[in-house]
Design a protein around this ligand. Structure first.
Ligand SMILES: Cc1cc2nc3c(=O)[nH]c(=O)nc-3n(C[C@H](O)[C@H](O)[C@H](O)COP(=O)(O)O)c2cc1C
Length: 339
């Protein structure tokens, strides 16, 4: 069983990464993941290189998506996006040599119109493997010896799957690892991730790790992907938002141990409240509550009474209301026992 791999000189152990997810994987989420354990490499949300450079020129503070990045524990991967080599280079160099992050990851997978259409970045660039290669090369050079990595999709449409060409360009340009989400950009999040297409990339990249991503929902599925596909590591996104303890379950299975039980609803509520505290300390009550409404809905998924909780939490406006609804309605039965 694979127990670790390396991205440059960064050891990823266990070989399980948490995915970058805009709007979710901020410092508070990353801190909870660390407390729960089991993630080999934690990623930030994607950070706009252009926004960073413009803010620097105006003398403004750093983007809020860099919250925590300077000081939090390593290893940490920071994901950046843009299509301009100089802009990417500037942020990558800063992240590597000033922030001292462990890995700088380039986004070539985002299909959101604001990124792919209006900014000709993210998954838009998959059409142009040479351009991807150029951007990776510039970023890899700017952040060396800190490793640069890339995250891609299979291609833009099912008829134009070209992940093998993009993968070769990424490897040839000096990236230290490649992550592939097994969907096309056109699919957004519909259909299923195609792991057989991910596997086809293995024989074109020879010297860097391949990380597979898409639709892993349980610890057992995670282990099966590692066992049955020619990948060095796996990356988990949405399941880690709903159940951040999935990573410690996977780590246990990989060590041949029985995973601990999932946190009880009461323990989940405590996690949610710690999450809330971190977010509100940073963003204040108004924005913090807005961010936490959707997070609270994720936490409650699958618990009895979750619908009532979601209905109420979706309508709250203040921190006091948030705490009241969590205390009254967070699916905790007073006679609760572990399932
Ligand atoms: C709300 C949301 C935000 C995302 N943000 C990012 C991002 O910032 N950068 C990125 O490379 N991928 C992003 N993704 C894609 C995930 O990293 C991941 O590739 C995708 O969710 C598939 O993995 P999963 O099935 O384990 O969730 C995002 C996905 C979602 C649902």
């Amino acid at each position: 069983m694979k127990t670790f791999f390396k991205i440059g000189n960064v050891v990823v152990s266990p070989p399980v990464l948490s995915a970058p997810m805009a709007g979710y994987t901020n410092y508070a989420h990353r801190e909870l993941l660390r407390r729960l354990g089991g993630v080999g490499l934690i990623a930030t949300e994607m950070v706009s290189a252009r926004a960073f450079v413009c803010m620097g020129e105006r003398g403004d503070d750093e983007p809020e998506r860099l919250w925590g990045v300077r000081d939090e524990p390593r290893p940490l991967s920071v994901q950046i996006w843009d299509n301009c080599p100089e802009t990417l280079e500037e942020l990558a160099g800063k992240l590597a040599h000033d922030f001292h992050v462990s890995v700088v990851d380039l986004n070539f997978g985002c299909p959101a119109p604001a990124i792919a259409k209006r900014s000709a970045s993210g998954s838009y660039l998959l059409r142009y493997p040479e351009k991807v290669g150029e951007l990776v090369e510039r970023v890899a050079r700017a952040c060396a010896p800190t490793p640069a990595t890339a995250k891609i999709r299979l291609g833009v449409t099912r008829d134009s799957i070209n992940a093998r060409d993009v993968a070769q360009a990424v490897e040839g340009a000096g990236a230290a690892a490649l992550t592939v989400h097994g969907r096309t950009a056109k699919q957004m999040y519909s259909g299923l991730a195609d792991w057989d297409e991910i596997a086809k990339i293995r024989d074109v990249i020879k010297s860097i790790p391949l990380i597979g991503n898409g639709d892993i929902k349980t610890a057992q599925e995670a282990v099966a992907r590692l066992e049955n596909y020619p990948v060095d590591g796996i990356m988990i996104g949405r399941a880690g938002i709903d159940r951040p303890w999935i990573f410690r379950e996977i780590a246990c299975l990989l060590r041949g141990e029985t995973p601990p039980p999932a946190p009880t609803p009461r323990e989940q509520r405590d996690l949610l409240l710690s999450h809330y505290d971190l977010v509100v300390k940073r963003f204040g009550s108004e924005l913090g509550v807005k961010l936490m409404r959707k997070i609270a809905c994720h936490y409650s998924k699958g618990l009895p009474g979750a619908r009532v909780f979601r209905d109420r939490i979706g309508r709250i406006k203040t921190g006091d209301e948030f705490l009241k609804v969590v205390a009254e309605d967070y699916c905790v039965d007073d006679s609760e026992e572990r399932a």
